[in-house]
Every structure is written in structure tokens, then in C-alpha cells.
Design a protein around this ligand. Structure first.
Ligand code: NAD
Length: 725
């Protein structure tokens, strides 16, 4: 290899070399083999021609500055190939170190996203200038993929910012900064307003600093804020691991732990040794299962879902200009805000002008908060609010090209509401219902244009939750599906697509999580252990507290309706052991959940949770009746996973990526699993291991854990759950 294929050398007659990152075979520059080879060639040349050079500018010919490690390579790393990754990583690090110690000024002119590996390249430069464009994002998001920055990112951020700031501002949260915030937090030195200014500033730095070196290569350098050997730091160190556990709730996320270890250990040794320590912790994560799960879900699956792998092809994209939101309650108010934030005009209708105005009040509150926190300007907030028109008049819906209904969960009421408005809105308006449980096909019977009717299931709170579940009814047309998809993307949310069924995908599957937790209480397990098991499995909400939020009356209502439907269709109803617990809680003890002031938890007068209800132990708990903690966790995880397989078998779910993304973003399935089907793929022993374990659980806890035929067949064939694309 004597030629650089991904880094272009452009030299002017003043002795300044511009290194242009420009991989000819990819839309973004990544740390692939071609880059590793190119970097080696470029480094040799820089050293050979050192005396005739005045300085170096590193910039990109792509939209992103540099994208980082190639995730297609990383997801394939096994313990057997880990050494290769270790060696390759060290080779890059050594070359960056040679450039950093060249004795000539090297400037990163960051003209697009520099995340992960991209920021690490920039960190090896003496001076960093970021172009202030919407596309410029800077930081180390590796932790969100179960990894750590393995290209010197831990070693250099610790030396640049000090251990505490490096961990909190860059490494542990994976925050992505825009150009200005990156400067304010010390990640870059300067901001430029235009590409011309970017290069001019880079040249000015070179002119002014003919012999640059890094702070950490300057005599007398000390890590800002001290090293762990410093008494003040040492006093705080014991709290670090405990704080980390708090952050992840004790769930098995290995990346934060390795990041902490690499930062602290690396700060106590010389630069070169620190690089090796970082490489070791990086490779350990990359070879493990959890980073594979997270890369699969949060990179590949998310990209497939958002880019429209499930959107009907050939339907022209359309933007919604004016949306009617029917019902200004909790969901309607949130939906109105999300639409207005995306620039859509909203007519928010409720039964009275007061109720509609109250719904708009929700947006007013969110806007005031965003302005106070500096997340938006008063001007933008005013413009957002001006787009929402609250009303009680049907005539005000004229011209709306989409309708999102969010009135009470009642089929007859929803039919009536659609009848009132169908002839008023645009004649081809998209008709959506935000029902969380009612079959879309039945709801569609209330409108004339059934092909334009579709389910658009938002999650609460709408302004925070990134997912929308799109439900295709039996008569929903392809055009409506495409338009619903485009609408969800228009409001910057992630759409998954499922076929109609009671509870769809999300509401049905989360029910299994809750049922399993409640059933364990009924079996006599200590309720606090049940809560702890859910938290440590990585669920964001503990199971009994979630039940209280949803109310105990809701599952009874859903159960009664589902049971009626099953029996009407000639089937037999199989009771779940959770049912008797819920019935006793409501009928015997009058505890209906948080909104009723009492549920599995007690609540203070002002609605704050005040500990588990002591009566649970008295009426349900059997002292000494413990089941293994792992069983408790896996009962919840397996119950959800097994029903997801059933949904695939039933054709309600048609895509593995949708299942994975929907489960994590919509119903809190633990992120470390990479989603509910990736959890099965990544289970110890793969699908066969999962099947064997499911059989074990079935034997101990009931037939509902018996693995389905589809799962067993796949396991026997050695397959995994993946989308054929
Ligand atoms: P909510 O009780 O807070 O709000 C319902 C609103 O609809 C009320 O403001 C009511 O005045 C209004 N309304 C009733 N009849 C009306 C009519 N004829 N015309 C206009 N408005 C009318 O309920 P919510 O929690 O916002 O739920 C609304 C819908 O969203 C339900 O179908 C629910 O199943 C679904 N959903 C709820 C959640 C959730 O977490 N709460 C999540 C997803 C979906």
C-alpha cells in the first residue's frame, strides 16, 4: 500500500497541506481498512516532508466530517477476531500520535458532524474549529451503542477537560453538541460562520503557532482538576461506581463501567500506556453481546424504520399543512404541541371552548419551560403557539388535510365524532385515530372513506416519546399508510407499522410484562423484590408502579372486552394468574391505582408515591417464598418476547426492526437487549438457548412460556430473527 485512497493531500505554495477526508466508496468517511491504510501512508509522508511544511488542515469533502468506526465491521467482531481489532485500533492511535507530535500545527476544520471517531480525529489536532451549521454535531455517542471511544477519545478528553468533565460532559451520556455548545463546553476552540471563515481561521492559527504541541505534551502539564491520586479526587472516587449504578438502575450496561475504568486508570499512567488501556476496554465491549444488540437496534434497525423500509413504495410524499386534533385531553394536547412544533397548523377541538383552550394551555406551559431553559427563543415559541387554534366549532376544521382523533376510548363516541367532521375537512383528508386498544377496522366502519382511515397510536407524554405505532386496518389503503408514515416523520417521530389486532403490538405486549409482575405478587413473592427485578432487568418503570399509573381498572376493562371477543369467535379464554390479584385489589381493597389515590403503592394527598402498600405483604406475600432473581427477570422479558413471536406468526408484526424499535422506544423493553426480538437472537446459546430456557420456565411457571412452533422451527434451522431486505 503506497497510496492514500480515502485522505487527499492538497498542498499550496505556502507550505500548508490540507488533508481532505473523502472516501470514494462511501457516502460518509469511516474508520475502515482503507482509512487505516491511508492514514499510515499520510503519516509517513507528513514525517518525510516535515521540514518543507508549515502546517496541516484536516477537513472533509463529505456532508459529515467523519462518521467514526464502521459499525458493519464492529457488529461482526467475535472474541476470536478481537485481537485483530485491538491491533488495528492501536495502529490508528499510533499514527494519530505521530501526527500530534509532528512539531507542526495541525488544525481540524470541522465542517459537519464529528461524532465518535470523527471527534477523536479532531482531538488529535492542536486546534479545533467548528462550522456553525445545523449538521455540525460533536461528541462521543459510543456509550449509546454499548461502546467506548476507542480511538484515543477517552485518553484525550480526560487530558483536555479533566476526569469529571470528560466523564459527565462527553463520555457517559454521549451528548451531541452543536458548534456553539461544543465551544462553550471546551470541546472545540472556535466557531466559524462560513466555510471560507473556517479555512481562514485555520490558516490564521497556523501562521500564529508555527510549532504547536498538545497541552499534555507541554512541560509542567497536569490533568485539569487533578488525578485520582489527588486527595480531593480520591475522596470522591468511591462514590463513582455507585453513581454509575444509579444511572443505569443496576441494569447490565457494561459500557459506562468500562469508560469509567479506562478514564481513571488511564489518567494515572503515561499517554502511550493510557492508549493501550483504552484499547483493551474498548475491545472487551466490542466483542461482547450487548454492544451488538445496541448497534443492531439503535443504528441499523432505527435507520431501516425511519428511512421507510415499511412505507409503501411509489406513493408520492406529501406534507400535511393543517391538522384537526379532536379531543384536547392529555393525548390531544400533546399531539397538538408535537404537530405545531413541526410547523403544522393545528385546529384543536373539544366539546367546549374552555376544554379546547385548556388543551392549548399545555403547549403554553411547554413553550414557557423551553424558553426559560434556553432551548428555544420567545419568538419561536410565540410562532408555535400561534399555529394552534382551539375551538368547539366543527366549521373551524374546514381545509384540514389530516385528522387525528383523541377523544375518550369509546367506539360509539369515536364513530359519532368522525361523522360530524368527515364532510367538513378536506375531501381527501387522512383520517387517524389515536386509540390505544380498539380495533381500527371496527372504528373505520364509522366513516365514508374507509381506505383513508388508519390508526396512529402515540405514547404519553407525546412531547417526549419518540415512537408512533401506525395501525393498518383491513380496509386501509396503501396511500393512507404512506401518508401516515410521512406525517409521523414530518413531526420528527419514529413510525412502526403493524396490522390491526386487539391492542396492536405495543399495548398487547406491555400487558404481558405487567401481568407477569402482578402474578408474582399473587404467588407470594415479596413485592419490593418484584420491583427491583424489573429495575435491574433494565425496565425504565418498575412493574407495579407502572400498573398503578395505568390504573387497575383498565386491564379489567380490556380483559372483559378481549374475553368477549375470544368467546364470540368460538375460542376459550385462558385466565392469567394476574387476574385474581387485580380483582382482589379492586373489589376487596378498593385500590384502583394512582388516580384513585391507592394501588400497589400508597400515595400522599398530593399524589406522590409513598411506598408499597403494606397490605400487599399481609394479604399476598408468603415469607420465605422466593423464586430465583433471574427467574423473576426472565419471566417478564420472556413473556414479552414470546408474545412478540406470536404476533409475527399472526402477521400483526411484519418486520423484526419494527418489533425491536417499537419495544424499546414505545414500551420500555430494556435497551441493552437491542429490542424484544434481538433479545432472543442474542440470548446465551442463541435461539436454541432461548427455547431451552423457555421450556424450563414453562415447567416451573406455566404453559404460557411454552415456546411457539415458529420459534422452535427457527432454532432448529439455526436461524435468527432478521428482516430480509
Ligand atoms: P382524556 O380523557 O385526557 O381526553 C379526552 C378528551 O376528549 C377530553 O378532553 C374530552 O373532553 C374530549 N372529548 C370527548 N368527547 C368529545 C367530542 N365529542 N368532541 C371533541 N372532544 C371530545 O383522554 P386521553 O388520555 O387523552 O386519551 C384519548 C385517546 O387516546 C383515547 O382513545 C386513549 O385510549 C388514547 N391513548 C391514550 C394514551 C394515554 O396514555 N393516556 C396513550 C395512547 C392512546
Amino acid at each position: 500500500m503506497t497510496e492514500s485512497t480515502t485522505i487527499r493531500w492538497e498542498q499550496d505554495d505556502t507550505g500548508v497541506v490540507t488533508l481532505v477526508l473523502d472516501d470514494p466508496n462511501q457516502s460518509a468517511n469511516t474508520m475502515n481498512q482503507a482509512f487505516r491504510d491511508s492514514l499510515a501512508v499520510i503519516t509517513d509522508r507528513l514525517e518525510a516532508e516535515r521540514d518543507s511544511l508549515r502546517g496541516v488542515i484536516l477537513t472533509s469533502a463529505k456532508k459529515t466530517f467523519f462518521a467514526g468506526g464502521d459499525l458493519r465491521d464492529l457488529i461482526r467482531v467475535t472474541p476470536e477476531t478481537a485481537q485483530e481489532l485491538f491491533d488495528g485500533g492501536l495502529a490508528i492511535k499510533r499514527n494519530l500520535r505521530r501526527i500530534e507530535t509532528l512539531g507542526k500545527p495541525v488544525v481540524a476544520a470541522i465542517n459537519g458532524a464529528a461524532l465518535g471517531g470523527g471527534f477523536e480525529l479532531a482531538l488529535a489536532c492542536h486546534h479545533r474549529i467548528a462550522l456553525d451549521t445545523p449538521g455540525t454535531r460533536i461528541g462521543c455517542p459510543e456509550v449509546t451503542l454499548g461502546l467506548l471511544p476507542g480511538g484515543g477519545g477517552v485518553v484525550r478528553t480526560v487530558r483536555l477537560l479533566g476526569i469529571a468533565d470528560a466523564l459527565l460532559k462527553v463520555l457517559l451520556q454521549g451528548t451531541q453538541y452543536n458548534a456553539r455548545r461544543a465551544r462553550d463546553n471546551g470541546l472545540v476552540h472556535e466557531v466559524a460562520e462560513s466555510p471560507e471563515e473556517l479555512i481562514a481561521k485555520a490558516r490564521a492559527f497556523i501562521d500564529a503557532h508555527p510549532e504547536s504541541r498538545q497541552p499534555w505534551d507541554t512541560p509542567g502539564y497536569k490533568i485539569p482538576g487533578g488525578t485520582p491520586a489527588h486527595p480531593k479526587f480520591a475522596a470522591n472516587l468511591p462514590a463513582f461506581p455507585a453513581n454509575l449504578r444509579k444511572q443505569t438502575n443496576g441494569a447490565p450496561y457494561p459500557a459506562p463501567r468500562n469508560i469509567l475504568a479506562a478514564a481513571v486508570e488511564g489518567s494515572q499512567v503515561d499517554f502511550e500506556t493510557a492508549q493501550v488501556i483504552e484499547a483493551r476496554y474498548f475491545v472487551e465491549l466490542a466483542a461482547g453481546q450487548i454492544s451488538k444488540n445496541m448497534i443492531q437496534a439503535f443504528f441499523f434497525d432505527l435507520q431501516a424504520v425511519n428511512s421507510g423500509a415499511n412505507r409503501p413504495k411509489g406513493v408520492e410524499a406529501r406534507q400535511v399543512r393543517k391538522v384537526a386534533v379532536l379531543g384536547a385531553g392529555m393525548m390531544g394536547a400533546g399531539i397538538a404541541y408535537a404537530c405545531a412544533r413541526a410547523g403544522i397548523d393545528v385546529v384543536l377541538k373539544d366539546v367546549s371552548a374552555e376544554a379546547a383552550a385548556k388543551g392549548k394551555g399545555y403547549s403554553e406551559k411547554l413553550c414557557a419551560k423551553a424558553v426559560a431553559k434556553g432551548r428555544t427563543t420567545q419568538e419561536k415559541a410565540d410562532a408555535l403557539l400561534a399555529r394552534i387554534t382551539p375551538t368547539a366549532e366543527t366549521a373551524d376544521l374546514a381545509g384540514c388535510d389530516a385528522v387525528i382523533e383523541a377523544v375518550f376510548e369509546d367506539t360509539a363516541l369515536k364513530h359519532k365524532v368522525f361523522q360530524e367532521i368527515e364532510s367538513v375537512v378536506a375531501p381527501d383528508a387522512l383520517l387517524c385515530s389515536n386509540t390505544s386498544t380498539l380495533p381500527i377496522t371496527t372504528l373505520a366502519e364509522g366513516v365514508e372513506r374507509q381506505a383513508d382511515f388508519i390508526g396512529l397510536h402515540f405514547f404519553s407524554p407525546v412531547d417526549k416519546m419518540p415512537l408512533v405505532e401506525i395501525i393498518k386496518g383491513e380496509r386501509t389503503g396503501e396511500e393512507a399508510l404512506a401518508r401516515a408514515f410521512d406525517l409521523v416523520r414530518q413531526i420528527n417521530k419514529t413510525p412502526i407499522v403493524v396490522n390491526d389486532s386487539r391492542g396492536f403490538f405495543t399495548s398487547r405486549v406491555i400487558g404481558h410484562f405487567i401481568n407477569e409482575g402482578v402474578a408474582m405478587v399473587g404467588e407470594g413473592v415479596e413485592p419490593a423484590s418484584v420491583e427491583q427485578a424489573a429495575a435491574q432487568a433494565g425496565y425504565p418503570a418498575k412493574v407495579l408502579s407502572l400498573m398503578d399509573e395505568l390504573t387497575l381498572t383498565l386491564p379489567r376493562k380490556i380483559r372483559a372486552e378481549t374475553r368477549r371477543a375470544v368467546e364470540e369467535a368460538g375460542g376459550t379464554w385462558t385466565a392469567h394468574p394476574a387476574e385474581t390479584v387485580v380483582d382482589r385489589m379492586v373489589d376487596e381493597f378498593g385500590r384502583t391505582g394512582r388516580s384513585g389515590g391507592a394501588g400497589f403503592y400508597d400515595y400522599t394527598e398530593d399524589g406522590k408515591r409513598a411506598g408499597l402498600w403494606p397490605g400487599l405483604r399481609e394479604h399476598f406475600t408468603k415469607p420465605g417464598h422466593d423464586i430465583p432473581f433471574r427467574d423473576m427477570q426472565e419471566r417478564m422479558l420472556f413473556a414479552e418476547a414470546l408474545d412478540t413471536v406470536r404476533l409475527l406468526e399472526e402477521g400483526v408484526l411484519t418486520s423484526v426492526a419494527d418489533a425491536n424499535i417499537g419495544s424499546v422506544l414505545g414500551i420500555g423493553f430494556p435497551g441493552w437487549t437491542g429490542g424484544v426480538l434481538q433479545y432472543i437472537n442474542g440470548y446465551e446459546g442463541g435461539l436454541s438457548g432461548f427455547v431451552a430456557r423457555a421450556r424450563e420456565l414453562a415447567e416451573r411457571y406455566g404453559d404460557r412460556f411454552t415456546p411457539l412452533a415458529l420459534l422452535v422451527a427457527k432454532a432448529e434451522k439455526g436461524e435468527t430473527f432478521t428482516d430480509a431486505r
